[in-house]
Design a protein around this ligand. Structure first.
Ligand code: 9QG
Length: 155
């Protein structure tokens, strides 16, 4: 069924980038995060991170690092950061984002994976490397403008 920021229980509007904030109530299967934004014309990359806390020193674990890259061969790199170490990258050599264009990204939380859709089409899934119950922080950074972030609860 169609989901939009209008369905969101919590919405963050026009956050200053880089943005880090709490995920209201944490993350549970069935929940959805919607990110609406625009890619600047000069973008090289940006990233959406779902993390365990917001510490910068030491750096918090990142359960999902989702990084669209526009330079060289376009791709989306996903990874996790554990105890300040990046794991094995999962790279999709496909990029549904366009420089200068608006987008809507939806992260669907499942028990075993995150599923990411862009502009209404499924893009990738990423198997959890960090338990969902540790994920409580949302960040966006890099070359991107964000108009709205919406959190849609599961019930
Ligand atoms: O480059 O790749 C993901 O595997 C690294 C990047 C790093 C991540 C990582 O330098 O950059 O994308 O949070 C970070 O440190 C980001 C911005 C092998």
């Amino acid at each position: 069924s169609p989901m939009s920021v209008a369905n969101a229980k919590h919405t963050v509007l026009n956050p200053v980038i880089p943005y880090t904030g709490p995920i209201p109530g944490g993350l549970h299967p069935g929940e959805i995060i919607i990110i609406q934004g625009t890619v600047p014309p000069d973008a090289d990359r940006f990233q959406i991170d779902l993390s365990s806390g917001c510490s910068t020193k030491p750096r918090s674990d990142v359960a999902l690092h989702f990084s669209p890259r526009f330079k060289g061969s376009p791709c989306v790199v996903c990874n996790s950061l554990l105890q300040e170490n990046w794991g094995k990258e999962e790279t999709l050599h496909q990029l549904p984002y366009k420089r200068g264009a608006p987008f809507e990204t939806i992260i669907l939380v499942h028990e075993d994976v995150f599923k990411v859709a862009v502009n209404g089409t499924h893009l990738l899934q990423y198997k959890h490397r960090i338990p969902l119950n540790r994920v409580d922080t949302f960040s966006v950074s890099g070359k991107v403008k964000v108009h709205a972030v919406g959190y849609i609860p599961n019930s």
